[in-house]
Design a protein around this ligand. Structure first.
Ligand SMILES: NC(=O)c1ccc[n+]([C@@H]2O[C@H](COP(=O)([O-])OP(=O)(O)OC[C@H]3O[C@@H](n4cnc5c(N)ncnc54)[C@H](O)[C@@H]3O)[C@@H](O)[C@H]2O)c1
Ligand SMILES: O=C(O)C(=O)C[C@@H](O)[C@H](O)[C@H](O)COP(=O)(O)O
Ligand SMILES: [Zn+2]
Length: 361
């Protein structure tokens, strides 16, 4: 199946099984060189992906980068630039990002910055990467001060989601990816929540059609959300636009940093979503049922919904550097009903503290 992302540079997200051979179509004609940037956990997939490209006469560089968030550093970025430079990589050549969201975020940023922008194709190998990170053109790295603080909007030329790749994922990584899927349920498509609540076992089973359906539904939400607001500057007529996809991320990113990136991204945003649900309740925007539904849906698929009480001062500090912050005003994505996201600026620190108290176990 193919989902078209209708931005100013439209591209396809191809979803299915046994798709490796299709990478050549997404790379497209005109390239002489391809660089496959991959995580160590998918080294065998990099070798397999190389074959159809090399068979077509392309010169292929395979660049293995450190695992997970350790790839999202300026040192790794510079190392990738070095390899591309030595390979004589030109503007008609193509970067392929193969791995989870951390790897595709890095690979996309390499492509965005090399020669001020070359074509790139994402081949995500995690649930999270397929449903979220590989689609939409947010690329970047972390800095010592926080998550994704340096980056660029640079859209992929295509995304290849081979569901077979998920078979080697740990259950923890599958659950982490489901957090972004559940997010799509709360901000846009409640049928996702119905599916997860009806069949949580299917939702967490990489061989199940339920998970495949959930991934397709999540990608559809992401594609529809980014199409009108690629650069996160707001949707038409003052609509929230792309910032909706940041639901749960303000606190979530702060928790990731606080944990030295040992917690999974989806785990942190799971806690972050319950926090903003509590904040929305405190603001009188949603009732108890919708807050309870957050905890229930996330816990049903084994995600955490609470974090340490003593971390609050550091988390509040980290949230000040969130990209949604304007001046000294923190801004949060909240719901004012199911599938109705909006932004609220919050200057009342005791209100934030009390919402946090409700998620600190
Ligand atoms: N750009 C975006 O729009 C966007 C959206 C969501 C998340 N993100 C970013 O994505 C990252 C999270 O993505 P993630 O959860 O995929 O993390 P990840 O890239 O760290 O991958 C998680 C782990 O799974 C391993 N792995 C990957 N594929 C595997 C496979 N097929 N089999 C076995 N192991 C495999 C990785 O090596 C890693 O250890 C974060 O950095 C987050 O900020 C970006
Ligand atoms: O695509 C988006 O827009 C998102 O916000 C998706 C998020 O799931 C993702 O984690 C993203 O990387 C967060 O972006 P950031 O700008 O808050 O770093
Ligand atoms: Zn995310």
């Amino acid at each position: 199946m193919k989902l078209r992302v209708e931005t100013s540079h439209p591209y396809d997200v191809v979803i299915g099984r046994g798709l490796r051979g299709q990478v050549l179509d997404l790379v497209g004609p005109g390239a002489a060189r391809v660089a496959i940037i991959h995580a160590p956990s998918v080294a065998d997939r990099a070798t397999a992906l190389r074959m159809p490209l090399a068979d077509a006469g392309l010169t292929v560089r395979v660049i293995e980068v450190p695992d997970a968030e350790q790839a999202k550093t300026s040192a790794v970025l510079a190392e990738c630039w070095r390899v591309l430079g030595e390979a004589g990589f030109t503007r008609s050549d193509v970067v392929v990002g193969l791995g989870g969201g951390a790897t595709t975020d890095l690979a996309g940023f390499v492509a965005a910055t090399w020669l001020r922008g070359v074509r790139f194709v994402n081949v995500p190998t995690t649930v999270l990467g397929m449903v979220d990170a590989a689609v939409g053109g947010k690329t970047g790295i972390n800095t010592a001060q926080g998550k994704n603080l340096v980056g660029a909007f640079h859209e992929p030329a295509g995304v290849l989601c081979d569901l077979d790749a998920l078979q080697t994922l740990t259950p923890r990584e599958v659950r982490s990816g489901l957090a972004e899927v559940v997010k799509c349920g709360f901000i846009a498509d409640p049928s996702i929540l119905d599916l997860v609540e009806t069949d949580p076992r299917g939702a967490t089973d990489v061989r199940s059609d339920v998970l495949a359906d959930l991934i397709a539904k999540g990608i559809a939400v992401k594609a529809a959300t980014v199409k009108g607001d690629l650069r996160e500057s707001g949707g038409a007529g003052g609509a929230i636009g792309r910032e909706a996809l940041n639901y749960g991320h303000t606190l979530g990113h702060a928790i990731e940093r606080h944990e030295g990136y040992t917690i999974r991204h989806g785990e942190a945003i799971s806690i972050g979503m319950v926090f903003v649900a509590e904040l929305a309740r405190a603001e009188g925007l949603i009732g108890d049922d919708l807050v309870d539904r957050h905890r229930a849906a996330l816990e049903l698929v084994g995600l955490p919904t609470a974090y340490r009480a003593d971390a609050w001062p550091q988390l509040l500090d980290a949230m000040r550097l969130d990209k949604k912050t304007r001046g000294s005003t923190l801004r949060f994505v909240v719901l004012d009903g199911l599938a109705s996201p909006r932004i609220v600026p919050v200057t009342d620190e005791p209100l934030l503290r009390s919402a946090y108290r409700a998620v600190s176990g």
